[in-house]
Design a protein around this ligand. Structure first.
Ligand code: NAD
Length: 436
C-alpha cells in the first residue's frame, strides 16, 4: 500500500485515483475547483462515467479515498504524486502547460521528504525535463525526488475497465527507485508493463493518439471514394480490418473524431515536431480530412432538404462519443454552428450531455427525449452513435417528423429497416446502399 496524491480530479485524475484506491492504496484526489471537491465529498460525481460513482462511494467509505482542495497537506503526506491536470490546446496548436507548471511549483514548495512525481497528463516530449527544473528551482530545502512519465490511455465511457484491464502500462523513468515504486502500485493489474526512458514515454502517448486519429481520417477518406464509386465503406472496412496487421478498431467511417484528446494531441504532436525541426505533414492532412467530414455531413443534409433557412433539424447525440457527457471539441458543436449560421432551427437531444452542451450552445432547443427532438423536423441528423438510438420507435419518429429524412453521420442505423419504413436515408461511405 502506498500513499498517493492525485492532482487534478477530472476524467483522468478521478478515475485513476479511485482505481488506485480500489487496488488498496491510500489516495487523496486534489483539485483547485472548490465546487468539484464539495460535490465529491458529498458522494456526488461531477462527470458521467459508468460505474465510477459506486466505486468512489465504496472507497470513500473504506477511507482509502478522500478529496481535498489543498495540495500542501497531501504533498507532505504522500510518497507518490500524480499530475493529472488539464493540458488544453493553445490557438497555435501548442499545448498549454500552465497548469502543469503551477502544480509542479506548488509541490516543490511543500516537499519535506522524498517524492516521486509522476506526470499522467498528456504532454509534449521534454515536459518532464521542465517539470524537474521547475521543482529544483522552487524547492524550499534540498529534498530528493524523482520524475516519471506514466501516460494515460483510458477512454471515457469505459474508463474503469480500461484502467483495470489496460492493453499496456507505460512507465518512463530515469531511476530504479521510481521504476520499482511505479511497478509496485500497478502490480495487481495484469498487463504488459513497458519501462522506457521518460522522453519515449511522453512520445508514446502523442504518437498513439495521432496514429488512431490517422486511422479514422484514413477510413473517412476511403469512405469518400466509396461514396463516389458506389461501394460500401462498412464492407470495405470489414475486409481491411480482418487483416491482423491492420485490425478492425478505429475503422468506423463517420463525421470525424472530436473530444478532448485526439484534436488536441494531434495538434500538440504536430507543434512539438515542428519545434524540434521536423515538419510532420502527414498529421496536417489527418486534421484537414477530419474537418472536411463535418462540412460534407452538413452538405449532405443540404443536398437532401435543399434550403436550410427556416428548416428544423433534429440532432440526435451531442457528446463527442457515446457513454460520456464530454462535449470538449465534440463534432456536434461545429455541425450545429454551421446549421444555425445557415438559418436552420436545431432541436437537439443527448442521453447525458445536454447539461454540458447548454454551457457551450445556450441558444439550441434541448428536447426532453428523441421523440420530442424530431417533432416537425425536416431532417433527423444522427451525430453521436448512442446505442439507445438504434432502439427508438422509428415508425413513431416518421409520424412526428414533417418530412421523413434521416442523415446518419455514424452509420448507426440499419438501412434496410429504415428505408422499408419510408424514410429517405443517407449515411456515410455508401452504407445506405447496403444490400447484405
Ligand atoms: P479535466 O479538465 O477533466 O481535469 C483536469 C482537472 O485538473 C480539473 O478538474 C481542474 O480543475 C484541475 N486542475 C487544474 N489546475 C489545477 C491545480 N493547479 N491544482 C489542482 N487541480 C487543478 O481533464 P482530463 O480529461 O482529466 O485530462 C487530464 C489530462 O489527461 C490531460 O492532459 C488529458 O490530455 C489527459 N488524458 C485525458 C483522457 C480523457 O479521456 N479525458 C485520456 C487520457 C489522457
Amino acid at each position: 500500500m502506498r500513499k498517493i496524491a492525485i492532482v487534478g480530479s477530472g476524467y483522468v485524475g478521478l478515475v485513476t485515483g479511485t482505481c488506485l484506491a480500489e487496488l488498496g492504496h491510500k489516495v487523496v484526489c486534489v483539485d483547485n475547483n472548490k465546487s468539484k471537491i464539495e460535490l465529491l465529498k458529498k458522494g456526488q460525481v461531477p462527470i458521467y462515467e459508468p460505474g465510477l460513482e459506486a466505486l468512489i462511494r465504496k472507497n470513500t467509505r473504506s477511507k482509502r479515498l478522500s478529496f481535498s482542495t489543498d495540495l500542501a497537506g497531501p504533498t507532505k503526506a504522500s510518497e507518490i504524486i500524480f499530475i493529472a491536470v488539464n493540458t488544453p490546446p493553445k490557438p497555435d496548436g501548442s499545448v498549454d502547460l500552465y497548469y502543469v507548471e503551477a502544480v509542479a511549483r506548488e509541490i516543490a514548495q511543500n516537499m519535506t521528504s522524498y517524492k516521486l512525481i509522476v506526470d499522467k497528463s498528456t504532454v509534449p516530449v521534454e515536459t518532464a525535463e521542465r517539470v524537474e527544473l521547475t521543482i529544483k528551482r522552487n524547492l524550499k530545502k534540498n529534498v530528493p525526488f524523482d520524475i516519471a512519465s506514466n501516460p494515460e490511455f483510458l477512454r471515457e465511457g469505459s474508463a474503469l475497465d480500461d484502467t483495470f484491464h489496460p492493453d499496456r502500462i507505460v512507465i518512463g523513468v530515469n531511476s530504479p527507485k521510481a521504476e520499482k515504486m511505479l511497478k509496485e502500485i500497478y502490480s495487481t493489474i495484469k498487463a504488459p508493463v513497458l519501462v522506457t526512458d521518460i522522453k519515449s514515454a511522453e512520445i508514446i502517448k502523442h504518437a498513439s493518439n495521432s496514429f488512431l486519429a490517422l486511422k479514422i481520417s484514413f477510413i473517412n477518406a476511403v469512405a469518400n471514394i466509396c461514396e463516389k464509386s458506389g461501394a460500401n465503406i462498412v464492407k470495405v472496412a470489414e475486409g481491411m480490418g480482418l487483416d491482423k496487421r491492420i485490425g478492425k478498431a478505429f475503422l468506423n467511417a463517420g463525421i470525424g473524431f472530436g473530444g478532448s484528446c485526439f484534436p488536441k494531441d494531434l495538434s500538440g504532436f504536430l507543434w512539438i515536431s515542428k519545434k524540434l525541426g521536423y515538419d510532420f505533414k502527414l498529421l496536417e492532412v489527418v486534421k484537414e480530412i477530419n474537418e472536411s467530414q463535418k462540412h460534407s455531413f452538413v452538405k449532405k443534409i443540404e443536398d437532401n432538404i435543399w434550403i436550410l433557412k427556416d428548416k428544423t433539424i433534429a440532432v440526435l447525440g451531442l457528446s463527442f462519443k457515446p457513454d460520456t457527457d464530454d462535449m470538449r471539441s465534440a463534432p456536434s458543436i461545429d455541425i450545429i454552428k454551421m446549421l444555425v449560421e445557415q438559418g436552420a432551427k436545431v432541436r437537439a437531444y443527448d442521453p447525458v450531455a445536454m447539461k454540458r452542451a447548454k454551457e457551450t450552445m445556450p441558444s439550441v432547443y434541448y428536447a426532453r427525449d428523441a421523440y420530442d427532438a424530431v417533432k416537425n423536423a425536416d431532417c433527423l441528423a444522427v451525430v453521436t452513435e448512442w446505442d439507445a438510438f438504434k432502439r427508438l420507435d422509428y415508425k413513431m419518429i416518421k409520424k412526428l417528423m414533417k418530412s421523413p429524412t434521416i442523415i446518419d453521420g455514424r452509420n448507426l442505423l440499419d438501412p434496410k429497416t429504415i428505408k422499408s419504413l419510408g424514410f429517405v436515408y443517407r449515411a456515410i461511405g455508401g452504407w445506405e446502399n447496403s444490400i447484405f
